[in-house]
Design a protein around this ligand. Structure first.
Ligand code: ADP
Length: 451
């Protein structure tokens, strides 16, 4: 249940910790920052009280260490915990532990995280709420290979075998003909058992050329739920998003409305709270649910810019039990926004490029937003994700926003380490991307054609 609080421990690092810290200060809440050894050593922010040390650099011993985080909350008197994204943000046991310690968890109830953490349970919940899913039964596959082949015939090849407990693009295998079924099941089941400790598999139609389109939702604890816009995140490499935009181009407003309303309905049915994202594959004018993320997402700013909402404020208010002012949200976008994920990595080999940033210049001006934790002198650690900044632009039309991003990218300069800025410049001058609506394989195809 929601409960009032005046201080928030931010159980995360990097740009998202800065983002959440700002939101807390704006709402008059006291932010409590924590840091691993590597991050404490790299801290360059002047004026800050300094983060509390929670352990060694390896994430397993700091940002994933539940006991250390709860102890940090106790010694600092924090009354709530915001998990950010990644790390413990989708760990239902952690959400339970936070509440059991008498603190507010800034996220959905553990029960909702549990449902969405099991892809079969999630698919069933979505079917029950009338959210369109990828064709295929929302049930675990039987052991018997003959019975599995019958299911595949029924769906029609190609199909994809997926682990119920899978994540991060792992535990999936495409099957194109009946001779491949038995091996695919055996290998994926073994992988699932080892990697996720959960052998259940399920099967669905494999879509060949989908786009990735997702819907942002917002809920309070009083049964109010709204959708606040959609995003296109089809520009990906190895299932990692590289560029995102809002709204997703070329989606009929009445179709978006229909899907968004169903997503909000699903939230009411599972007792959801706070912010969440429904991810869909979109192909030939149809939406197919693939998963729900029960947390704030990296790409949330493009929705903030186009929906005129502060999602972190709303998330904190929902955790406090506030009533959501649903009439403020229509799902309609104002203008267009793009986000470039700037990573510390080689732009052609994609190998991580940790090290000291010697000089940095970010763009500024109308419609420009930079979410980052780095500045000159900052040492990018090899221990964590390579995201060092998010460059976000907002403009009245998609065309204006593309030009604005091209100029903003040309103004951005990061020295001392390699970054993927040249890749972003390429993407924003790619005629297919500029036209809009590329599928999830487009970037990798381009990179194969001209490395
Ligand atoms: P994860 O939790 O590992 O991210 P998802 O279910 O979100 O797993 O799927 C990850 C990616 O795998 C999708 O973004 C898409 O590229 C691909 N994928 C998943 N299901 C299908 C499908 N039915 N057809 C085609 N591609 C799929």
């Amino acid at each position: 249940m929601g409960r009032p609080f005046t201080s928030v421990l931010i159980a995360n690092r990097g740009e998202i910790a800065v983002r959440i810290e700002r939101a807390c200060l704006e709402l008059g809440l006291r932010p409590v920052l924590v840091a691993s050894e590597a991050d404490a050593a790299g801290c360059t922010r002047p004026g800050a009280g300094g983060p509390l040390a929670i352990g060694p650099s390896a994430p397993g011993r700091s940002y994933l260490n539940q006991a250390a985080i709860l102890l940090a909350a106790r010694v600092t008197g924090a009354e709530a915990v915001h998990p950010g994204y990644g790390f413990l943000s989708e760990n239902a046991d952690f959400a339970d532990a936070v509440e059991a310690a008498g603190l507010a968890f800034v996220g959905p109830p553990a029960s909702a995280i549990r449902i969405m953490g099991d892809k079969i349970a999630a698919k069933r919940a979505m079917m029950a709420a009338g959210v369109p899913c990828v064709p295929g039964p929302g049930e675990p596959l039987p052991e018997d290979a003959e019975a599995v082949r019958a299911i595949a015939e029924e769906i029609g090849y190609p199909v994809i075998v997926k682990a119920a407990g899978g994540g991060g693009g792992r535990g999936m295998r495409v099957v194109r003909e009946s001779a491949e079924v038995a091996d695919a099941i055996a290998i994926t089941r073994e992988e699932a058992r080892r990697a996720f400790g959960k052998p259940e598999l399920y099967m669905e139609k494999f879509l060949e050329h989908p786009r990735h389109v997702e819907f942002q939702v917002l809920c309070d604890i009083h049964g109010n739920a709204v959708w606040v816009g959609h995003r296109d995140c089809s520009v990906q490499r190895r299932h990692q998003k590289v560029v995102e935009e809002a709204p997703a181009p070329g989606i009929a407003p009445d179709l978006a409305e229909r899907i968004g309303v169903r997503c909000a309905q699903a939230c009411r049915q599972i007792g959801y709270r706070g912010v969440g994202t429904f991810e869909f594959l979109y192909e030939n004018g149809e939406f197919y649910f693939i998963e729900m993320n029960t947390r704030l997402q990296v790409e949330h700013p493009v929705t903030e810019m186009t929906a005129g909402v502060d999602l972190v404020h709303e998330q904190l208010r929902a955790a406090q039990g506030a009533v959501l002012e649903t009439e403020r949200f229509t799902g309609a976008a104002r203008g267009h926004a793009f986000e470039c994920r700037i990573n510390a990595e080689d732009p052609t080999t994609f190998v991580a490029s940790p090290g000291r940033i010697t000089a940095v210049r970010f763009p500024s001006g109308p419609g420009i937003r930079v979410d980052t934790h780095v500045s000159a002198g900052y040492r990018v650690s090899p221990y964590y994700d390579s995201l060092i900044a998010k460059l976000i632009v907002h403009a009245p039309t998609r065309e204006d926003a593309i030009r604005r991003m091209q100029v903003a990218l040309s103004e951005t300069c990061i020295e001392g380490i390699a970054t993927n800025l040249p890749l972003h410049a390429r993407i924003f001058s790619d005629p297919d991307f500029v036209r809009g609506g590329v599928d999830i394989h487009h970037l990798e195809k381009r990179l194969r054609e001209e490395p």
